[in-house]
Ligand binder design. Structure first.
Ligand code: ATP
Ligand code: MG
Length: 335
């Protein structure tokens, strides 16, 4: 039997969740919640690092993200859902960890580097944005998580977290902090509908779990495919063609998908046929989520109660971690 693991993940409430979140992380969370102690964090503080001028947007999306969780089947009886800004221990830990990381190391983080370029921050990147991986190390360690089911883009964050954990434990001669392992799914990164490497809220290339049937249809029918596949009879490319990536992620009939890929590569299979198949698969997947979401959104108070309960539970664990950390750092004053 597996040793009891502690799982933590989170999402930034900068918009509702999309099928990339599902493939990258939500699907694994649904599996893990039956076996382990699982925490899911709504990362409002992290969302502010690039949305500090729009706190209202972050606040509104906290509820949207919580609704997405409940609609896909994250069960509050099994999973503790909490709000990051209500756990002050995370901010405290972040301050302690910042001493253990160099600015150069933060600048070298590949995901942060990519994001700084995408957002055009250049030399004007804020200290808050640059150090968000440190805050993420605090999120993971505050509940002593040893398993983090995430998409591929998060690997550098887990690596950075473990470096901090090892440095902390070595310098303060303690085992207060626990290293974490990333759990990466089969489809480690879902591309956008525009064919860009990553589906992302901020790139505007996402299919949301809450999109209406009509919007899903439009998005799929307008999806990027192989631009050189002009006539049905032309051989087409499967690599870099997001329609096939989505089928890989969501179509359980692996054999049929493989046959379609072979046919497409030989020539004779049109984009429309493949897109229609994908549309059917996605509607069948999204419809139950959509209707559960509509039902749940009628009682926002019940959703907030789930978050309150989860946050109070997390707070208790966070305080335990904090007392171990302060003890190791000789910051226990006894009053
Ligand atoms: P933003 O544009 O605000 O950064 P995002 O769409 O990149 O939003 P995050 O909230 O940054 O989403 O990511 C939350 C989690 O979802 C992470 O574990 C991340 O790896 C996963 N994830 C996000 N987008 C994808 C994707 N396209 N494929 C796989 N996993 C993804
Ligand atoms: Mg992101």
């Amino acid at each position: 039997m597996d040793r009891m693991r502690i799982v933590l993940t989170g999402d930034r409430p900068t918009g509702p969740l999309h099928i990339g979140h599902y493939a990258g992380s939500l699907a694994n969370r649904l599996l893990l919640q039956d076996r382990y102690k699982q925490y899911v964090m709504i990362a409002d503080v992290q969302a502010l690092t690039d949305n500090y001028e729009n706190p209202q947007k972050v606040r509104e999306n906290v509820v949207e993200v919580a609704l997405d969780y409940l609609a896909v089947g994250i069960d509050p009886a099994k999973t503790t859902i909490f709000i990051q800004s209500l756990i002050p221990e995370i901010a405290e830990l972040t301050i302690f960890y910042l001493n253990l990381v160099t600015v150069n190391r933060l600048r070298r983080n590949p995901t942060v580097k990519t994001e700084i370029n995408q957002k055009g921050y250049g030399e004007n990147v804020t200290a808050g944005f640059l150090m968000y991986p440190v805050s993420q190390a605090a999120d993971i360690t505050v509940v002593r998580a040893d398993c983090v089911p995430v998409g591929e883009d998060q690997l550098p964050m887990i690596e950075q977290t473990n470096e901090i954990v090892r440095t902390f434990n070595r310098i303060y001669r303690t085992d207060a902090l626990v290293e974490a392992e990333a759990l990466i799914p089969k489809v480690a990164r879902l591309p956008g509908t525009d064919g860009k490497a990553k589906m992302s809220k901020s790139l505007g290339n996402a299919i949301y779990l809450s999109d209406s049937a009509e919007v899903v249809k439009q998005k799929i029918m307008n999806m990027y495919t192989d631009p050189n596949h002009l006539r049905v009879t032309d051989p087409g490319k499967v690599e870099g063609n997001p329609v096939f990536d989505y089928l890989d992620a969501f179509d359980a009939d692996v054999k049929t998908v493989q046959e379609m890929k072979d046919h497409y590569q030989q020539g004779g299979l049109g984009d429309m046929v493949v897109k229609k198949r994908l549309l059917e698969i996605m509607q069948a997947f999204l419809e139950p989520i959509r209707s559960r979401r509509a039902l749940l959104s009628q009682d926002k108070k019940a959703v907030m109660d789930v978050l309150k309960k989860g946050t109070l539970q997390t707070r208790e664990v966070a305080q335990q971690t904090m007392s171990r950390v302060k003890n190791a750092m000789h910051l226990d004053y006894g009053f």
